[in-house]
Each structure stands twice: as C-alpha cells, then as structure tokens.
Ligand binder design. Structure first.
Ligand code: OSB
Ligand code: MG
Length: 378
C-alpha cells in the first residue's frame, strides 16, 4: 500500500462527569484523531495523550507536533507492505510512543479493511468476548465511592479499580471491602507515593486486592522492585512500561507481577502484541488499560484485548459511562455479565460517525504525498 494522505484532527468531547486521579481532574477531553489514506481506503487511529504531561510526558500538542514534523514525513508517499513496516520506519524517532501509536493503529485498521478481516483477527486475537472492569475516579466522600461501586457491580463489571492518593486510600478501601467482600478489587495510585510509604502500603495487604497499580514514580522500576519485596499485594506497572524491553526488565527484576498494556503508551499494536506474548510466556497476567478514549480508541482496545495474554478484565467499558454520544455506531456496550462481544465485521467492527467527528472538530490538517506535503484546511 502507498500512504497517500494523512489527516490530523483535534476533537473536543466533554465527559459526563469529572474524573479525578492523583495527578489531576479531567472533564474536557481534547482528542487527536488520525485518518490514513491508501489505495482508495482509509483507517483511523486515536491519540491517547491527555492535555497536560501529568500521566506520562506526552500531551496532545506534543503528539500533534511530532506527527506533523517527524512522523508523517517519514511515511508519506511511501510504499509499505503493511502495518508491521511502520515501527521500522519510525525507529530513528525516540520515545513519543503515543504519537507513533496514533499512526500505527490507523494503518492496522486500514489493512484489516483492505483484507476484509476484523481487526482482532488481523492481530491474531482469539477471544470472541472480553472481560471488562471499570476505573473509578477519586470521590469527595466514602459514601459517594460506595454508591459508584454499587452501580458498577450491579451493571456486571468484573473488576473494580479505585483511584487513590495519600489521604484518600485506606479508609475508603476498608469500607468498600467491608461492603463488597467478594468483588475483584484493585487500586491505582498513578505514582502518588514513595518508597518511604512502604509501611503504609503494606496495610493494603489485608484488603485482598487483585493488584496495586503504579504506586511509585513513573520511571522508577528499581523502587517498585524494592516495594514488591516488602508487600504481598501484586504490583502492576502502567506508566513505567513503554515497550517490551521495559516489560521484560520489570518482570525479571521483580518490579511487578502484572502488566497494564495501553496501546498509546507502548507505541501501537505491534509492540502491545509483543508485550502480551512475552508476559504470557513468563506467566505474568496482562490487561488492557484505558485513557478515557472515544470510540475509535475504544474499538482498538477491544481488538487488542482478544489476544491470549490478556487474562484479567481491562479498563474497557461502555461508551455511555463516558460520553453523551460517542463517535462510533453502535456504541460500545457491555453485557450484564461484564463482557464485550467482539464485533465480527471487517475493520474496527464499528461504523465511524464522520458527521459527528466533523461537528466536534476544532483543528484539521491534511498532509498529502502529492503535490504538496501539507495544507492547512481549518
Ligand atoms: O492510570 O489507568 C490510568 C485515565 C487517564 C490516565 C491514566 C489512567 C486512566 C484511567 C482511566 O484509569 C481508564 C479508563 O476508564 O479509560
Ligand atoms: Mg494506571
């Protein structure tokens, strides 16, 4: 296929409710969408960077800039065999995984359309139905958190994850565990603690948690290994894992016993596939993390999660938990058993609501191979 044109769009969407983590609160989501055109068809990818560099270092504006100035020029006009060529073309560019993933995932979508295959099949996925969990933001009161847990457990979700930070942790957790003694429960600190908090975090062992996600600094595997040696709760790394080398290092040094895979954070489907394969071989469960995606990112997450290494329920939940109206048709729905049926039609398996995307667009650039490399449309 020859990459003829790449469209970058920024859309604005408002979450139905604010989402609070240890690094801040979000409600207005600025989302980058990328559409790649080749051989008369197109594929879509979604950038997952947030507005500020508070989860990992990338932001929507750094991803836009890296795509425009470095990534798109390396692929535009090129004849490629398929999506597996994309990481190779981008190898000289260091880091910037979320920017690369927006393009790489779009090329996977395009190829699956070209081959008439559902994306999950093109990726080698086998599951027809994936297990789902939810990630609940920090709440102002324990009662509010209990009410949210109640709602999601009743909806069928198979795992409840609570965002925590110092001062908003053990008391809430004890109450949730007392009220829901049987549920699969986990926590995510987004790097809000230090190794000096080890004794405090050790108290969490009494709560029978499935895992504790990224308690320490985003780039500190060494201290995670030291913490894991002191606590029984399995650690899961999110922010620290940007590629399969990181996953192997973390597992080998004992920095985690579970891995969260996010397509954006690891640079796309090829690397996500490699990480889950390594983890499956090492006996380390992986699960699909979320970045408050709109429907295109959500559909990519679903396809990714059909691979055999994805053992635990992901943070992949119904569109309606986030948005009044999503950008795909049908929207992502979750069964009363807390699963998503993987769509079996070619491509993403969801139609893209291009009119809706048009309405939500605040910026659009079209980069063409010929005759000019870039034309700003809006
Ligand atoms: O750490 O998993 C995280 C959202 C934004 C940034 C980081 C994280 C999250 C979530 C939300 O936990 C998961 C979702 O519901 O999409
Ligand atoms: Mg996380």
């Amino acid at each position: 296929m020859k990459i003829e044109r790449i469209d970058l769009r920024e859309i604005h969407m408002r979450l139905r409710a604010p989402f609070e983590t240890s690094f801040g609160t979000m409600q207005n989501r600025r989302i980058l969408l990328l559409q790649v055109h080749a051989d008369g068809i197109s594929g879509w990818g979604e950038g997952t960077a947030t507005e500020g560099p508070f989860y990992i270092s990338e932001t929507i504006d750094t991803t836009w800039m890296m795509l425009r100035d470095f990534i798109i020029p390396r692929v535009l006009g090129k004849q490629i065999e398929g999506p597996r060529d994309v990481p190779e073309l981008l190898r000289p560019i260091r880091g910037n995984e979320m920017a690369k993933a927006a393009l790489e995932t779009a090329v996977w979508h395009l190829e699956s359309v070209a081959r008439g295959l559902p994306l999950h099949q093109a990726l080698g996925g086998t599951l027809q139905e994936i297990p789902c969990g939810v990630s609940l933001g920090i709440q102002t009161t324990i009662d509010r958190m209990l009410a949210m847990v109640e709602r999601e457990v009743s909806a069928g979700y198979q795992r409840i994850k609570l965002k925590i930070k110092p001062g908003k942790d053990i008391a809430v957790l004890r109450e949730v565990r007392r009220r829901f003694p049987k549920i699969r429960l986990s926590v995510d600190a987004n790097s809000a603690y230090t190794l000096a908090d080890a004794n405090h975090l050790k108290q969490f062992d009494e709560l029978d948690l499935l895992m504790m996600e990224q308690p320490l600094e985003w780039d500190d595997m060494h201290d995670h290994a030291r913490l894991q040696a002191q606590i029984a709760t399995p650690l899961c790394l999110d922010e620290s894992i940007h590629n399969s080398r990181h996953a192997r290092a973390a597992v080998e040094m004992g920095a985690c016993r579970v891995v969260n895979i996010k397509l954006g954070r690891v640079g796309g489907h090829a690397e996500a596939t490699r990480i889950q394969a390594y983890c499956a071989g090492a006996g380390v469960p992986v699960w699909c993390g979320g970045m408050i995606e709109a429907g295109i990112g959500r559909a990519h997450n679903i396809a990714m999660s059909t691979q055999p290494g994805f053992i635990w329920p992901g943070d992949v939940s119904a569109s309606q938990r986030y948005w009044e109206e999503d950008i795909i048709e049908p929207e992502v729905e979750v069964t009363p058993q807390g699963t998503i049926h993987v769509p079996q039609s070619p491509g993403l398996g969801y139609e893209i609501r291009e009119r809706r995307i048009h309405e939500l667009t605040v910026r659009h650039e079209s980069h063409s191979a010929l005759p000019e490399s870039a034309a700003v449309l809006k």
